[in-house]
Ligand binder design. Structure first.
Ligand SMILES: Cc1ncc(COP(=O)(O)O)c(C=O)c1O
Length: 209
């Protein structure tokens, strides 16, 4: 009887929790359906430290143009800050990306090699200006690449000083902020920055500051 009671109550519990699950799954599904949100929503929920050139909401892109949610077609001079240099949604590029997503989503570089990773190196090797340039280190962003090169240079030379061009942009991570001179606002109120940097002024004869 006890067993029968338990079985019945656990069945009804299971039924109730499965109903609750399917209700919350439906609510989640409804809220995750693609729907249009405006710039005010973005401004409210995206950290204010991340500024942008415009509050336009981009809907799609094709070649050099983007279309906005309010129906405007704009020539995209920004190129995703040098990311979409082949234009938006080139069929070959998009197809290759989609194919890769259906093959292997992520082969983390500290875990193992994977074939596209090795193929990229194979294709870059003949393009290098000198055969001694045969070792690669891929990173996600320019700032990360600069950070890695500072570490590499310091390890290889045992020296600390870094020379950069006055007015240059190197990134906004802690190491690269100390090297970035295009705008000082990037490093305002977050110091101290990485020390021992020299700034070469390419626009005048006075070389160091
Ligand atoms: C002026 C400028 N140039 C380039 C970049 C791209 O930086 P990264 O290559 O580190 O993503 C950014 C990104 O914030 C930027 O603000």
């Amino acid at each position: 009887m006890l067993a029968r009671f338990s079985a019945t109550s656990s069945r009804s519990l299971a039924a109730r929790s499965s109903r609750a699950f399917s209700t919350s799954a439906k609510a989640l599904q409804a809220s995750s359906q693609p729907h249009t949100l405006d710039a005010n929503f973005g401004k409210k929920h995206i950290a204010r430290g991340l500024s942008r050139l415009s509050d336009t909401v981009i809907k799609s892109g094709k070649g050099s143009y983007v279309e906005t949610e309010d129906g405007r077609k704009l020539l995209d001079f920004t190129c995703g800050i040098a990311v979409t240099n082949l234009g938006h949604c080139h069929p070959k590029v998009s197809e290759a990306a989609a194919k890769q997503c259906m093959t292997l989503v992520h082969g983390q570089c500290s875990v193992a090699f994977h074939n596209p990773y090795l193929q990229l190196i194979d294709q870059l090797l003949p393009l290098m200006p000198h055969p001694s340039l045969d070792t690669f280190f891929f990173w996600n962003s320019g700032a990360e690449a600069v950070e890695a090169s500072i570490k590499l240079a310091r390890t290889a030379t045992g020296r600390q000083n870094v020379i950069v061009m006055q007015g240059g942009y190197h990134g906004r991570t802690f190491g690269t902020m100390g090297l970035t001179r295009s705008k000082t606002i990037y490093s305002e109120r977050v110091g101290p920055l990485m020390r021992r940097n020299s700034f070469a002024n390419v626009y005048s004869n006075s070389t160091w500051s």
